[in-house]
Each structure stands twice: as C-alpha cells, then as structure tokens.
Ligand binder design. Structure first.
Ligand code: ADP
Length: 542
C-alpha cells in the first residue's frame, strides 16, 4: 500500500475504530520492520564515511571560501522539499501503525521543513543585506540553534514513545491536524522570538563578529542533545527506521561539530551534511515503501491464485459428483427402458421386467451410496473405516459390472488368492476405486477391434504386509509419456472424459495410506491398488 493509499483508507473512517495494536497492516510499517544484516552493514558504512569526512575537514574547517549568496536559499529550499515529503510519508506510516512516536517524528520533520524558510529569509546576504523581516544580527543563528535543538528532541521523544502499545484511537485526522497546528505554532513563536526578541536574547556574537562564550557553547549544547538522542536510539533500536535515524543523528553531530564561521570550508561541509540528514530517511522511506508495495502486490497475486484454486476445487467437487453418479443413472435409464419393453410385449415378460426393475432399485441404492462416499471424502479419514475383504470387494465389483462386461463382449478372468488378510478401509470408497478402474478398462478395450478383450482381476498377498488388487486389460495400454500425468485432475484422452476418475481414485487410496500404480505393458494396461493390512492407517491430515 502506498502512503497516500494508507491515508485515503482512513479518510472515510473505515479504520477509525481500530485500536493501534490490532490495526490492519500495523506489522507492515517501517516502525516494525527489523533491519537485515545487510542494512546494518550499509548503515555502518554510511556512519564510517561520515566520520572520515568530518575528521578530514575538521583540521582545516576554518579555511575561508568564497561567499555564495544563493547557497543557503538553495540548500534550505531543498531541505524544505525533502523534509516536507518525509513528514508526509511518516504521517502515512503513522496512519498504518497509529503509534504516537511516529506522529512526533513526523512533527519533527515538519518542524525542520518549516524553520528552514525563515532561516533562509533572514540569512544576511541571501535576500537582503541584513536579512528580511527586520531580522537582527543573530536572528539566523538563533533559528539555527532552535532548529538543531528541536529536531533531535523530536527524535528522542519518538524513541521514548515508539514502543507505547496504546496508539491513537479513533480517526487519525484530528491527531495529524493537532500535530501540524502545534508544529506551525511552535515555528511561528520561535521565529517571532528570534526576530522581535533579537535585542533581548543573550548575545551570541561579539561586535567584532567573533563568538561570545554562549555563541561558542550553543552548538555544543545542541550537540549534547544529539548525542543523548543517539544513545537513547541505540539503546532502544529495533526497526529499520531506528537504524537510519541513528545515521541521521550521526550526520547531525558531524554538522554541528564542523559549524564554524560563515563561508568557511567547515560551514559549507556542515550545511551539506544538513542536506544529508534531511534526505537519508526520505530515501529509506521511499525504498522500503517500494519494497512493501512489491510485497503487497505479490501477496495480492497469491490471494487471487488462492481464490481461483478454491473455485477450481468447487468445480472439481461438482465434476466428481457428476462423474460418479452418471454411471448408475445411465444404468437406471437403460434398465427402465428394458423393463418397459418387456412389459409392452403382447404377452408381458414379467420375470425379465422384474429383474430389470430389481437392477434399477440396486442402481438407485448405489447412486445414494456414491453420495455417501463422496461426503466421506471430506470427513476425517478414519471415521467410516472398517476391515474389508479384498476378495469380497472384487467379487462385488464384478457383480455390479457383469451386465456391462457382457455387453462389451469382454472375457473376465479372476484370480482371487484365498485367505487374504483384511485391509482397513472405507468399503464404499474402495469399491468406487475398483469400479472406476474396471470401467476405464472397458472403455479402453472398446476402441480395440479384432482383438480378444480380456479383463483380468487378481488379488494377492504382498510380501510385506500388504494386499494387492490388480486390474489388467487388453486395451491399447497407456502412452509412456502420459503415465506421469494420468492421475492428475482433468487429464483425459477421451472426448467425453472428465479426467477425474483416476485423480479421485489416487486420493482415496492415499487416504488409506496405500498406493495406486499404473503401468503399460505388452498388450494392455495394468493398474494395481496396494493397501496396507493390520493396524488401521494413521489419521492423515484432513
Ligand atoms: P477419464 O476416464 O474421464 O478420461 P480418468 O482419470 O479415469 O479420466 O483417466 C484419465 C486417462 O487415463 C484416460 O483419459 C486415459 O487416457 C487413461 N487411462 C485410464 N485407464 C486406462 C486404461 N485402462 N487403458 C488405457 N488408458 C487408460
């Protein structure tokens, strides 16, 4: 979320009643982001570079340089823009986290942005010889001292209150408005004090434009405040913002350490450092905001994908129900027509009609059983499990499919190993799996012309505590390239197929902690179900 978006969200009062700790996105802002070791290294390198620059310039800081009248207006205009943007971005961060500390820090940047305006306007030689608004000799100097006192104080206050768990309640706008009004009022009072109170304020300069003892001590006082803010920050550092604020305070210390007479080398370098203090947090805020925006966009994409997956699941459930129920319904319709035909003869064949009607009743029960099986698929796996005899299962499936096998002129070969141990499972679901495999075998052999159609059903005990049920057909077999994908949902080679049968079968067998394997061999396809015997399978995660 961009900062302005964060502010906009709250504008309509949508977030108004949210308390700070639970505020949505409260864990996203810079105030909560922990610095990475790379950021620590970069910050340390920046401080080292600052220290080297200050140490190099300090011995020759008093070297006089040419006087550029436009230097201070240009510099202050830049600081005004960067600090104003930083303040706005920080207000944005505040609207996310609602921490009072951030509000104070935003106020600190706003204070700097505002105080540089009178500082530039009253600077002697910038806009007029003695400075605008009737500025006195030391107006600019006092404004500079207020500026470099106010900002580190705001940082120290931020550090003190940043961990407060009780943030601003209700709408953020009154809090932001109060902060802006207070800051503007403070700056106006200080400007008035520095201009109107110039004759009454303690002297900073001697008549020979040297410094009085107070003039010499004032920057040192600001420097002490900065050092205090730095140590305070260090002891309570936690976030990326804290880390870079420490760099800002270091730059401020460097600036104050180099402050000597105007238009000397130290003066120019120190003012450039004040530009650095103003841009560091802005750059970090922009970089982190861009990073957060990217992460947000990615999360949004993931959510969309998740929603599509859910729709896909819904589609899969509906398709799987229709896939499973179609078969008994087709049989019911077919047997119904048969019964009608037998009853419609001149001499109705009651026996055959009764048999067809019995079939209809059985298929009706089976359809209802299918719904139960599907519902059980979405329940904890163990609930409906009981000991199942694989041979009984195979025989029942062959009974159900008998009519179809005969209709498709398929010879059935059955080899059931006697005395098989029982497997632990859901009888209805296992029956559906075997029915699906047999139905697939029939459909596969349907396309074969002029070749004997054989369905071979085998059960056997596996060497290591398992039972295997094999379904072999003399169909075209499976393309080796497709072997890996036939168990995926919606993979089909049939014009009318849905590609769900094998996907559901594998899901059922895996819920039984078994295996469903497919292989293609000379003259057909082999599917093998391997089920564990003995103890019930462990409850798989639902
Ligand atoms: P559908 O039957 O709707 O296509 P399945 O998931 O049951 O969906 O099967 C997926 C694909 O696996 C089939 O389209 C087919 O290509 C292949 N397949 C399944 N059983 C056999 C078999 N016995 N012989 C050859 N191919 C098979």
């Amino acid at each position: 979320m961009t900062q302005s978006a964060a502010l906009d969200d709250t504008e309509g009062g949508r977030n108004d009643d949210i308390a700070a700790p639970e505020a949505p996105g409260a864990d996203v802002g810079l105030i909560n982001l922990e610095p990475t070791s790379r950021q620590y290294r970069t910050a340390a390198a920046a401080v080292a570079a600052l220290a080297i620059a200050v140490a190099t310039v300090a011995p020759i800081a008093a070297t006089p340089l040419p006087q550029f009248a436009a230097f201070i207006p240009f510099l202050n205009a830049t600081i005004l823009v960067t600090d104003l943007i930083t303040a706005i971005l920080l207000f944005g961060q505040f609207s996310i986290s609602r921490r009072r500390g951030l509000l104070v820090l935003s106020g600190g940047y706003l204070f700097t942005a505002l105080i540089v305006i009178p500082h530039a306007l009253t600077f002697p030689g910038a806009f007029s010889e003695t400075g605008l608004f009737g500025a006195g000799v030391q107006t600019t100097a006092w404004l500079y001292i207020f500026w470099h006192f106010g900002f580190p104080m705001a940082v120290a206050t931020y550090t003190w209150s940043k961990d407060e768990t009780h943030g601003v309640q209700g709408s953020i706008w009154p809090a932001i408005a109060a902060c802006v009004i207070l800051t503007v009022a403070l700056v106006l009072v200080l400007v008035w004090l520095a201009i109107a109170g110039d004759p009454f304020l303690p002297r900073l300069f001697t008549s020979a434009s040297g410094l009085t003892p107070l003039g010499r001590f004032a920057p040192t006082f600001d420097l002490l405040i900065c050092t205090f803010a730095l140590f305070f920050l260090w002891s309570r550092r936690r976030s990326v913002l804290d880390l870079w604020l420490m760099v800002v305070i270091c730059a401020l210390i460097g600036e104050l350490a180099l402050t000597v007479v105007r238009f000397s080398l130290g003066f120019y370098v120190s003012r450039l450092l004040s530009l650095a203090t103003s841009t560091i947090v802005l750059v970090i805020l922009l970089a982190e905001t861009a990073g957060l925006y990217t992460r947000l966009a990615r999360a949004n994409q993931m959510l969309r994908r998740e929603r599509d997956n859910k729709l896909m699941n819904l589609e899969a459930i509906v398709a799987s129900i229709s896939h499973e129920v179609k078969q008994p319904l087709a049989t019911i319709v077919m047997r119904g027509s048969t019964a009608l035909r037998f009853l419609g003869h001149g001499q109705p064949d009651i026996e055959k009609a009764r048999s067809a009607l019995n079939n209809i009743v059985n298929e009706g029960h089976r359809a209802s059983q299918i719904f139960d099986n599907i519902r059980d698929l979405f329940r904890p796996p163990q609930r409906e499990f009981r000991p199942v005899d694989a041979n009984e299962l195979a025989s029942r499936v062959l009974d159900i499919m008998h009519g179809e096998l005969v209709e498709h002129r398929i010879e059935t070969r059955v080899e059931l190993m006697p005395g098989l141990p029982r497997v632990w499972g859901h009888p209805g679901q296992l029956q559906e799996v075997l029915l699906n495999l047999v139905r697939n075998a029939i459909e596969a052999m349907d396309v074969m012309q002029g070749r004997q159609r054989v369905l071979q059903l085998t059960t056997e005990k596996r060497p290591h505590d398992g039972v295997s049920i094999k379904v072999f057909d003399t169909g075209p077999g499976i393309d080796p390239e497709k072997l890996d994908t036939i168990f995926d949902a919606f993979v089909t080679t049939k014009s009318h197929g849905m590609g769900l049968g094998l996907a559901i079968c594998r899901m059922i067998i895996e819920r039984h902690e078994g295996q469903l394997l497919a292989s293609s061999r000379e003259g057909g396809a082999l599917f093998e179900i391997i089920l564990p015997v003995g103890s019930p399978p462990n409850a798989a995660p639902h």
